[in-house]
Design a protein around this ligand. Structure first.
Ligand code: HEC
Length: 698
């Protein structure tokens, strides 16, 4: 803790003392935003009340700090400590801004010019000095929060190789990029962190690790895919640690400091959609894990999807809550999922506090060797997303959909095993909920969660056939493999970033290598030939010269099956083949699990023009809650930042941002002025390259 920090605390305390009975009462910790979920409970809750339902409509943009050179997305909210707003830029440079003015205080530039800007790995730890743990391009850095310099005593000159403790042979490192797109938590002198590993093969187990916060030394490792002989090993083939991989934590963790328990949501095993080479239940993939924070030992786990074949990662950080039941208070951990479920467990025992049924599901797979697990856990409390694609969900004229489904023999259940014929999934790998997770107001015990309600068509593809085909037309290749995420015009969609700006500057070999490896959620295109990849690269860079493509030396991925990308299921007009709302905001009573209200989130301008207002939208990012009864959330493709009323779900304020806010906002106070700050993705047509925008009342 720094001197100004103590001063701030002191002022905060004296203010609290002076006006303990005033509604403006703000204690010291409430003025900051220390970590992405506000604190280790992940409730994204601020007790600030300066901005409330009566004055929120007067919010104005106060400052913005935009990138000038790079341009791109930011998928992480900034922290605010010691009057500094600290966040990542699209370039992955770390910046510290004056919290009141947005003026640049310092900048830290990581060693490697990294390619992926999907990073969310920033953890602030008050100490002497305050430090920031940042994972960027395969390196874990400890950075002095006062001036942005590395902390020499940590690891090797402020750096630890982020492969440390993962069992990736040196020969495989080039093909298995490991980073982190979630922050860790600090418990005593341990920095506990997950990692991001490829969703496709080759991959590596995403083991959970703890590093000493002062020295960077590796202190413990928890094997998310158990080694032979370890608890859970019998749920895999014996070679799973070298053959498969994944089961990593990319969503972020919650920490019960008093009990010394860290709660860790894990992702699906690699490869996501075909699991014949990983028969079994696959523990500890798709789990909520409770580990002893000091030792990394297993306490309990709950698996939310057995033998995942649908990429149903636990992608939302868990929330620590306290529920009331029969006059008693129970400390619980809540988890919202891509399936649109809210699970609730006793923190100590893992006992499920709402009922959960193991429901029999379809086990008939047409894929060679695939053995889907016969049951899946479904909570009895109501889901916040529509379940299983049904004709009635199509709305409009259901004749088309009826015909489509019967003609193509699409299956539409929530756990249909993937096939080459295709099935329509709802909810999907996009969610339900995703990395925005849920916000909780502990004073009213309400949970607020944003969710996407859009069907996806999942088809496995025969990679041998595609390789043999070796189609070289660049436009056809781009349209087949890229446009559903990056847009036919290459300018990006809610799923994939704009490819027309800085990305075009990548060297051909660099871009070819990204495509070869993939960058989750972007799949790997290692199944394409080097000539095909070179052809796509030339197309993306607008340097297409028919027939002659300079090819990079690309090793091929030998998986038998791939998938068709995360493709939305669309009607003949190109609209989501489902009735609105395409995205929602839901309030849930934590004591009962019941839904209090559900409203559309976002408004698709296209649908509005067609006379369908409040359509809701695909959303990425999440909301925060304040003690004054507000929810702030961006997350939608209409580029709005909105304030909702926690009581009713009514929109009280909205503001047109120059790009999409695909993270969650942060709120803090300087003096007695409350700010809301949000990271905003770059958008060329608005001449904005990505950065931070802060709001306050004048
Ligand atoms: C399923 C959706 C999806 C598909 C299909 C997809 N991408 Fe991506 N792509 C993404 C996402 C999401 C990212 C950002 C990942 C990250 O930053 O880690 C990305 C990143 C990239 C990047 C790096 C951008 C950067 O900012 O560094 C390039 C280049 C790229 N994609 C090109 C392509 C091409 C070419 C294709 C077709 C062969 C393709 N993508 C197919 C979703 C997709």
């Amino acid at each position: 803790m720094t001197i100004s920090h103590i001063k701030q605390l002191f002022i905060g305390l004296s203010l609290a003392f002076l006006c303990a009975c005033s509604p403006d009462n703000q204690d010291a910790t409430s003025t900051t935003w220390p970590t992405f979920g506000h604190d280790v409970s992940n409730n994204k809750f601020s007790s600030l009340t300066y901005i409330d339902t009566s004055n929120v409509s007067r919010l104005q943009e106060i400052w913005r700090y935009g990138d000038t050179t790079e341009g791109g997305g930011i998928y992480f909210n900034p922290v605010m400590m010691d009057n500094r707003v600290i966040g990542l830029m699209p370039s992955n440079h770390l910046v510290a801004l004056d919290a009141g003015t947005g003026k640049l205080l310092w900048k830290f530039v990581p060693d490697s010019s990294i390619i992926s800007n999907w990073s969310k790995g920033l953890t602030y730890h008050p100490g002497n000095p305050d430090r920031i743990f940042l994972i960027s391009g395969g390196t874990l850095y400890a950075i002095n929060a006062e001036n942005g310099t590395v902390i020499g005593g940590f690891g090797n000159n402020g750096r630890v190789d982020f492969y440390e403790g993962l069992e990736v042979p040196d020969s495989m490192r080039a093909n298995v990029p490991v980073s982190s797109n979630a922050p860790g938590v600090v418990y005593n002198d341990l920095f506990i962190v997950g990692c991001k590993v490829p969703d496709e093969l080759p991959s590596t187990p995403g083991d959970i690790r703890a590093f000493n916060i002062n020295t960077g030394k590796l202190e413990w490792v928890f094997h998310v895919i158990p080694k032979p002989g370890e608890f859970g090993a019998e749920t895999w083939n014996t070679n799973a640690r070298t053959r498969n991989g994944g089961a990593n934590c990319w969503a972020g963790m919650a920490l019960d400091e008093k009990r010394g328990i860290v709660f860790i949501p894990t992702a699906s095993p690699s490869f996501d959609f075909y699991g014949a080479d990983r028969p079994g239940q696959n523990l500890f993939a798709n789990c909520l894990l409770a580990l002893n924070a000091k030792t990394g030992k297993h306490i309990w786990h709950f698996q939310t999807t057995h033998h995942d074949l649908w990429d149903r990662d636990n992608g939302s950080p868990p929330n620590l809550v306290t529920i009331k039941r029969n006059g008693k208070e129970i400390d619980a951990v809540a988890l919202v999922t891509k399936m649109g479920y809210l699970f609730m467990f006793n923190r100590e025992t893992g006992e499920s506090l709402f009922g959960v049924n193991e429901v029999p599901v379809d086990t008939l797979s047409s894929m060679p060797g695939e053995k889907p697990w016969p049951t899946q856990p479904i909570p009895v409390n109501p889901p916040f997303a529509r379940q299983g694609y049904k004709e009635k969900f199509f709305g409009r004229s259901s004749e088309w959909i009826k015909e489509e489904i019967s003609k193509n023999k699409y299956k539409t259940g929530i756990y249909e095993p993937p096939s080459m014929e295709g099935s329509i999934l709802l909810p999907t790998a996009h969610g339900g909920s995703n990395w925005g997770g849920a916000a909780v107001n502990p004073e009213t015990n309400r949970l607020f969660v944003n969710s996407t309600d859009i069907p996806m068509i999942l088809k496995l593809t025969d990679l041998k056939k595609i390789r043999a085909d070796n189609q070289l037309n660049p436009e056809i290749l781009y349209r087949t493999y890229c446009s559903n995420c990056h847009g036919a015009d290459k300018k990006g969609t809610g799923v994939g970033p704009d490819l027309t700006g800085r990305v075009k500057k990548y060297k051909n070999t660099q871009m070819a290598s990204i495509l070869q490896k993939g960058a989750a959620p972007m799949p790997s295109f290692g199944f394409l030939s080097p000539e095909q990849i070179a052809s796509i690269v030339a197309y993306v860079k607008d340097t297409v010269k028919q027939q002659s493509f300079e090819t990079a030396n690309i090793p091929q991925n030998n998986e038998p099956y791939g998938f068709n990308g995360y493709s939305f299921y669309l009607d003949p007009q190109g609209h989501h083949a489902i009735a609105p709302p395409f995205g929602t905001m839901t309030a849930i009573d934590l004591n009962t699990g019941n839904i209090v209200w559900q409203v559309p989130l976002g408004e698709d301008p296209q649908f509005k023009k067609m006379g369908i207002p409040n359509s809701g939208m695909f959303n990425r990012g999440g909301g925060i809650a304040t003690a004054s009864g507000l929810i702030f959330i961006g997350a939608t493709g209409d580029n709005m930042l909105r304030a909702f009323d926690q009581k009713t779900g009514k929109v009280l304020w909205e503001y047109q941002l120059p790009g999409m806010a695909s993270s969650i906002p942060s709120t803090y106070a300087v003096g007695n002025k409350q700010y809301v700050v949000v990271s905003v993705n770059g958008e060329q047509k608005n001449n904005f390259k990505g950065g931070y925008i802060a709001f306050a009342t004048p």
